[in-house]
Design a binder for this molecule. Structure first.
Ligand code: FMN
Length: 219
């Protein structure tokens, strides 16, 4: 079965696939075969040597969603305690305040989101050299983004999240994910969106961050 798609150009799809939190429709169920259709598209993504070491854990059972949401919230608390690379970010500006409010909202309703998806890749990066780390992440993150695009094109939305990874071991225990031989790549709440009119994000101009031929030279 192929689910209907929005009338969006490819450029619009790429430019308007936002992190959706406050506009997730918590009241409308998401059919399993629709999720499977999106995962089928996700796994068209490139991956190292086509080994397809990926797995997709879909949580749509009410009790398990509640357990997962509780772990997500403890991960968020840990993030606040220990911001890591985010410690340099100024969170006082209006944009960051808006994002923070939206992030808080998602955490508070996560148990109500119809489906939660955790992409998992076989392997671990600990102790691995740069090649190993890049190969592992590069073999799951493009598929995760494909998944978000496939959702968006069908009127659904998600938000790329990572805070639960502060509690990855607890999540693995909760869901039966092999804890020492796999890596969770993130957590994606999935729901239909309330409306589908998402806008382009404000980003710095490409020319400011593009380097031609040499890091320092202008041209
Ligand atoms: C690696 C990564 C980690 C993120 N972690 C979280 C998260 O834990 N919780 C959350 O609500 N949003 C998270 N986000 C979403 C970002 O806040 C969002 O992408 C950013 O604010 C830009 O908004 P946009 O995606 O709508 O363009 C994450 C995004 C990325 C790419």
């Amino acid at each position: 079965m192929s689910y209907p798609q929005l009338d969006l150009s490819l450029d619009d799809l790429l430019a308007t696939t936002r992190s959706v939190r406050k506009r997730l429709d918590l009241s409308r169920p998401v059919p399993r075969d629709l999720l499977t259709e999106c995962i089928e598209l996700a796994i068209q993504a490139p991956n190292g040597s086509n080994q397809q070491f990926w797995h997709w854990l879909v949580i749509d059972d009410e009790r398990t969603r509640a357990d997962v949401a509780a772990i997500y919230r403890t991960g968020m608390a840990a993030q606040v305690e220990s911001p890591g690379w985010m410690s340099g970010i100024d969170f006082t500006g209006p944009d960051q305040q808006r994002i923070a409010g939206s992030v808080e909202y998602l955490a508070s309703v996560l148990h109500e989101v119809p489906a939660i998806v955790i992409p998992v890749i076989e392997g671990r990066v600990e102790g691995g050299d740069l090649f190993t780390q890049a190969s592992l992440w590069g073999s799951i993150l493009p598929a995760a983004w494909n998944f978000m695009l496939a959702l968006r094109s069908r009127g659904l939305g998600s938000a790329w999240t990572t805070v639960h990874l502060h509690r990855a071991a607890e999540m693995a225990e909760c869901l039966g994910i092999p804890p020492t031989s796999t890596t969770q790549a993130g957590l994606f709440p999935v729901a239909y969106t309330l409306g589908s009119d998402f806008k382009r994000a404000r980003r710095m101009p490409a020319e400011d961050i593009t380097h031609w031929n040499h890091w320092r030279k202008g041209s």
